[in-house]
Design a protein. Structure first.
Ligand code: F3S
Length: 383
């Protein structure tokens, strides 16, 4: 892999964090046969919940001594940094989680803890980033036409310190070509339908770049849920959707194999929810407004625990909406989510509208799950 003189000097840096960051990028570049390093506009670092990384991860973050040279964003943590007590988080966990967050902020990371960095980064088709959160990777590649590989938290962090990533994989246009057509004849009426579609075909499409054809009109925002579940069930990092995603017309597809989906699979999840958790990936402003409207139509307090998850930035931009939602007994938390927080483990059955949460919650929180779209989730809240 070609390295400029400046890049070679970084491999000899007196600063251990910089030297190690450069070594990581060079090692990855060699493994994947990258020709050189290329600049990236931003990084997004996953794996920062104390629940997942424990004391070893905390000590590692605190040992780092450098500054990010580009925009660096971080994934949700294990709690709402302000309302952690309301989530049932104990003080020991809170303190350790804050040390991890503060270590990253000292390196220069943005304070918004979110898995939806795409709402806050002005990027255009063809830009390069190094993101680690799997739903964000698919969103960037597919819906924005921005290029990123599936980074790990460590490689994204290294890219933040160096400002570059090895040029291979999805950074190279020819590697972004679809590999299979998925012809969806089943009617798709909501993001939950797309989540279910992704849930049933995600494993099968794991190592491919699907080209979706939908027969009825799809809202672009729904694709967020499709990408999230495809990345959770398999390794998908990019899909194209005819007429919807920015690169769908850039490739030849005539010779591709075709998977036909005539009907959405009915998947039965049967348990009695004691928590309804919405916001995987983090809710957007319009999703928050949609939930507020549904609650307003019922106009009474919910009868079950309902937790919504969003980024602090979206929360601050929608204070009135959040206040209205909370007046119905629903909690709107920021900085965290139902999967990376230990708080969910206090429940037995969690109802979600997300294929990704459906995939991860039984494994990561040891709870049973039930699935429904946003309307069904809110209906359940009044049962
Ligand atoms: Fe985000 Fe947590 Fe889901 S990080 S994509 S809300 S699992």
């Amino acid at each position: 892999m070609y390295l400029s003189k400046e890049e070679e000097k970084l491999l000899e840096s007196d600063n251990e964090t910089i030297r190690k960051a450069m070594e990581i990028l060079v090692a990855i570049g060699k493994i994947f046969d990258a020709d050189r390093l290329i600049p990236v506009k931003s990084v997004q670092i996953s794996g920062i919940s104390y629940k997942n990384i424990g004391d070893a991860g905390l000590e590692w973050f605190e040992s780092l001594n450098a500054k990010f040279v580009i925009k660096a964003m971080i994934n949700p943590a294990g709690m709402d940094v302000i309302r952690w007590k309301e989530m049932g988080i104990d003080e020991g966990f809170y303190r350790k989680q804050m040390r991890i967050i503060n270590a990253l902020i000292r390196l220069g990371a943005d304070k918004t803890l979110t898995c939806t960095p795409y709402y806050f980064d002005s990027l255009k088709k063809g830009d390069h980033v190094a993101w680690a959160e799997s739903n964000a990777i698919v969103y960037a590649n597919s819906i924005l036409g921005v290029r990123t590989n599936r980074e790990s938290g460590i490689s994204a962090l290294a890219s933040g310190i160096i400002g570059k990533t090895p040029n291979y994989g999805l950074h190279v246009k020819k590697n972004r070509s679809p590999t299979v057509i998925v012809d969806v004849k089943a009617e798709i009426n909501s993001s939950a339908d797309l989540a279910m579609l992704g849930y049933s075909v995600g494993e099968k499409l794991s190592n491919s770049i699907p080209y979706f054809i939908f027969r009825n009109s799809i809202e672009r925002e729904w694709l967020k849920d499709l990408g999230a579940v495809l990345a959770a069930k398999g390794n998908t990092a990019l899909f194209h959707a005819e007429g919807l995603t920015p690169e769908y017309g850039d490739f030849e597809i005539d010779s591709l194999e075709r998977e036909v989906i005539d009907e959405l699979e009915e998947i039965e999840f049967d348990c009695e929810p004691d928590l309804i958790a919405i916001g995987c990936p983090h809710l957007s402003s319009s999703e928050l407004r949609q939930i507020a409207d549904l609650l307003f139509r019922n106009d009474k307090k919910v009868r079950k625990d309902v937790w919504l998850f969003t980024s602090r930035r979206v929360l601050e931009e929608n204070e009135d909406v959040a206040r209205k939602i909370e007046s119905y007994g629903v909690k709107v938390f920021a900085d965290t989510c139902m999967v990376v927080s230990p708080a969910t483990e206090n429940y037995e059955c969690v109802m979600v509208n997300s294929g990704k949460a459906l995939t991860y919650l039984p494994k990561h929180a040891g709870v049973m799950v039930k699935f429904g779209d946003i309307k069904e989730c809110i209906k359940e809240a009044y049962r």
